[in-house]
Design a binder for this molecule. Sequence first.
Ligand code: ADP
Ligand code: ADP
Ligand code: ZN
Ligand code: ZN
Length: 804
Amino acid sequence: MSTPHDPYVRVRGAREHNLRDVDVDIPRDTLVVFTGVSGSGKSSLAFGTIYAEAQRRYFESVAPYARRLIHQVGAPDVGEITGLPPAVSLEQRRSAPGSRSSVGTVTTLSNSLRMLFSRAGDYPPGAERLDSDSFSPNTAAGACPECHGLGLIHRTTEELLVPDPSLSVREGAIAAWPGAWQGKNLRDVLDALGYDVERPWRELEPADREWMLFTDEQPVVTVHPVRDAGRIQRPYQGTYMSARRYVMHTFADSRSRTLRAKAERFLTSAPCPVCGGSRLRPEALAVTFAGRTIADVVALPLSALTEVLLEAGGGSDTARVLTADLLARIEPVTELGLGYLSLDRTAPTLSSGELQRLRLATQLRSGLFGVVYVLDEPSAGLHPADTESLLGVLGRLRQAGNSVFVVEHQMDVVRQAGWLVDVGPLAGEHGGRVLHSGPPAELAGVAGSATRRFLFDEDPPPAREPREPSGWIRLRGVDRHNVRGVDADFPLGVLTAVTGVSGSGKSTLVGQVLAGVLAGRRPADVPGPPVRAEGCASAEGLEAVDRLVQVDQKPIGRTPRSNLATYTGLFDVVRKLFADTEAARARKYRAGRFSFNVAGGRCETCQGEGFVSVELLFLPSTYAPCPDCHGARYNPRTLDVTLRGLTIAEVLDLTVEAAAAFLAGTPAAERSLRALLDVGLGYLRLGQPATELSGGEAQRIKLATELQRTRRGHTLYLLDEPTTGLHPADVEVLMRQLHGLVDAGSTVVVVEHDMAVVAGADRVIDLGPGGGDRGGRIVATGTPREVARAAGSRTAAYLAKALR
Ligand code: ADP
Ligand code: ADP
Ligand code: ZN
Ligand code: ZN
């Protein structure tokens, strides 16, 4: 099929998921984009087939024993692939780094920075040189000895430990103590030690109160228990433990999560007084570079760090080499619009788009060539003004001798690609074919492609007349992150788009401050001065809103046990239907029998997960289908029961679209399935584990769950880039839903980069002008037409193009 110099990756007979026996030839050393509506099969081709096959070959070559694993996990369903280089995946889902990771560790810039401080830092006179580990709070050599590298210390106070000082010790004044026997024991010990346990707490001597709560002593006394409920107990040796000691010990060492959580209620945390929260030991903090400690440096936005390094310039040869290396590695990060991030920013506070771009920037310096990079919508979270730089970075990966395959929805990226693979025409079983594989311009001749209309801007939707706001929420003195001293007015009864480059403060203003103000407000019928919420001096107009619904991209669950059906409540309906069948009634199976989360009906080998975790030496642990139920999750007896010919496992395997037909006539099921179809999720399977869903899919599931509710009153919906992962054709469907909510009397606020959405909004609030310290202001606000004409707005030009 191919010669050694054949420049194509040739895929034959791809049948993964919905792919219809696809044959496709894709050039190497090219920027290739995969397009198609969501669920059409783009990821199944790019990730599920091409990347998966490259991965399988890699495993086989490095670890022959991995064959067994691959056999279990299953190779991709494909006839043959030739010309396939090794692949590196930068997929967004399923790759969340741990909570200890940060921008510094994800990019490995931390390592270089520690080396710089170790080798080229300024040490106090007489101090010994430290190795680079000593500059890491995550090593024993570097961690602050006071807080063990946590940066926080936990303290407790009398107010926390004794919330009601009118009680006596006997009556339970020390709320932090355990209940039952242990608490009674501690009270009896105090009594035996001669403390007054009958008087109200507030009447006791301060010195006694102090000792009872905070002593580190653990005296032992003989306790003669008082008669308790008619039982006489024998004397015993009791040990005292102060309330603080008990709380700290429980919080640090208890195996019980409930006890730990209870202990935490009696603690406050404060920055560690020794390291000031920097988590590092004093010796490391005494070393400076360009007059700054490493703790100062990791808190700088990368754009500011660049300036510091450039100014420091010269110095020793070592310093020059290390500085140059750092600068070269920071550059692609700032180029990708992430210069507002600091190295100490923790990974869980980053969006998946930010993370992917960090990884992408890191790859530029990896020196790999001859590999194929497979990326998942790298433009997610990126303002159109930054798309150019993204293309620049992708271009450099390619020039270094690599192939770059991206799944993308943004037409500006698609137009710049060297090759386009368009999958479709629709989702699920109505998709799975390659409609076009060739230069993007040639898509013009392809009938039936959902992408064509958007790529060539054919018949754009007619301009909308913006709605008039029915009122306003006025925030005064917003002060959080980079948004400093800003007044912001949010119109009610309309759809507002909040725009601005990455890091300009959109999520801060909308997702944190506006949401925080609405969530924390006083009920409308309680009078009082204007609300003060964190990060906002005052807020007016909140009484018009009855309910806040924040629809974010956080996963709907973190384990494979939660899925679409459990999250939406559909699963309850389905289990009841099964329990109502003749067969179930005859066997006395109730609804619980059809749950895979409790013993009874589930497969016990995998405890209802359908998968077992396979540990491999040297390789990350992997999930493989359960050897007993083969992924069905249930035991054979449960699967004896069928509903109109399908087992419960087969129902979970239905797509939303198929389930809508199968469950027609059951109103509760119809309602939630209708809502899922309306947000374009007809292609998802009911049992698809939460861990396999993208952020965009999770967000649309939440939106659908909201849509199926019967609504009363005025709801304010907040959405963060709801178009992530959506083809422009899907975006149109989603926008109809959101406008429908406004027509029904609600307010919608979306943070968005898609200019088609912004152009179709009623109002726009544009933040900027830049990211981080260079942003945080409201640059323009008004109708889309007004903002499109605003001077100094980086959004204006792009918006004007979308409005025409
Ligand atoms: P796209 O990337 O175009 O949005 P996908 O390749 O993710 O589409 O999905 C194509 C089809 O394959 C959909 O019908 C989807 O439900 C199905 N699918 C995706 N992942 C799986 C899976 N792990 N198991 C079974 N079917 C899947
Ligand atoms: P946008 O949503 O426009 O991309 P953000 O609101 O996420 O911007 O970020 C605005 C600024 O606030 C940036 O400088 C960012 O680094 C900072 N920031 C955002 N979230 C956090 C956080 N959890 N901790 C510290 N800084 C943050
Ligand atoms: Zn400390
Ligand atoms: Zn099993």
